[in-house]
Ligand binder design. Sequence first.
Ligand code: GCU
Length: 427
Amino acid sequence: MNIARLLCVLTAATVLAGLRAGPATGQPNYDENKVPDYTLPDPLVMQDGRPVTTAEMWRRERRPEILWLFEEHVYGKPLPAPPKLRFEVFDRAGDALGGTATRRQVRVHFAEGDGAPTMDILIYLPNDAGGPVPLFVGLNFYGNHTIHTDSAIRLSDKWMRPSKPFAIVDNRATEASRGRSERWPVELILSRGYGLATVYCGDLSPDTADRFDHEVIRLFYEPGQTEPAPDQGRTIAAWAWGLSRAMDYFETDEAIDHRRVAVMGHSRLGKTSLWAGAQDERFALVISNNSGCGGAALSRRRFGETVGRINTVFPHWFCDNFKQYNGNEDDLPVDQHMLIALMAPRPVYVASAVEDRWADPRGEFLAAQGADPVYRLLGTDGMAAEEMPPVDRPVTSRIGYHIRSGGHAVLEYDWLRFIEFADQHVE
Ligand code: GCU
């Protein structure tokens, strides 16, 4: 093929890909009047058309079916649990944070041998608990050492996405990275009787499209395989898998009440906390903060970020099959209200921010509300609000929701709501 013809073919391919991706390359829609008409799949109707009429039928038939649909079309098949995990508690301090807390750092080895992949869990527990404590667990974006200035936290040596605010130099954390994240009010959480555990997401899969050879995902390849199959999980699947491995550890630690663990995540890591909570029912409460497209927001609304845009800019997050729905959301057999329904009857909390239009706050509310019939079928209250609540007026029914003032972030306001919600719903 000569160069001119090759260029012509490449241009045609690019134009086609652009058309398929629809608004991926155009301006995002922020106009409520331009949201297309759409019909959501009914969480209480089986794919073969049978209505789901009992809690038993939900549990035995529809729930597994929806989970399978999300695996097949959105997040990919999960990585299997490894046959052997080894927990190496390499730091155990009873006098952390001025004597108020116990700190543990646990290295989880996913396979035998020195070169096997690992992740590090950082855990703080309040010292005045007087028994096993409930805790919040969430992945962080730039290393455990960023969540607090405590100099005993091991500095991550893993690959990191470039970031000036987090003092990442040449894709590595530096001493100056310590305590840079404002998203984790550790003392506040502990003062309310909860522990906090966190893991750097990059321990599980680096957040970049060109590194699928990452060791955790590779651990589960067939001989000769070099990248995940179209229906196999990629980065979000690996991240969610890591949260379950953290839960495996909590089950072994007597200081932790593993029946009262809330999984929380922000943004791409909020998409992940939802997927982790959907798959792993050991999480007693699931919290999504500003998770948007591919998280709590309805895909069919195409408001702010769209399926086409997310799959183009972050081709490594979802399974390849999800790309079939670029600009083609109405063909999806699921929408994100069904992901939230997979938490039922456990409490679930969706948090939006009014200026975070990219994440489509209304779409997040509507998805939370769309899970309501499943919660009611299972005999709990669902979403108490019939309309989207005003800014800063949380809804605290079993499906909780708030839209706070301000932008895309995790603020103390959010944490206070999560803690109050956990106090109310996690017995
Ligand atoms: C981008 C992306 C979002 C994601 C966010 C984040 O804005 O488009 O889908 O939630 O990053 O993770 O911060």
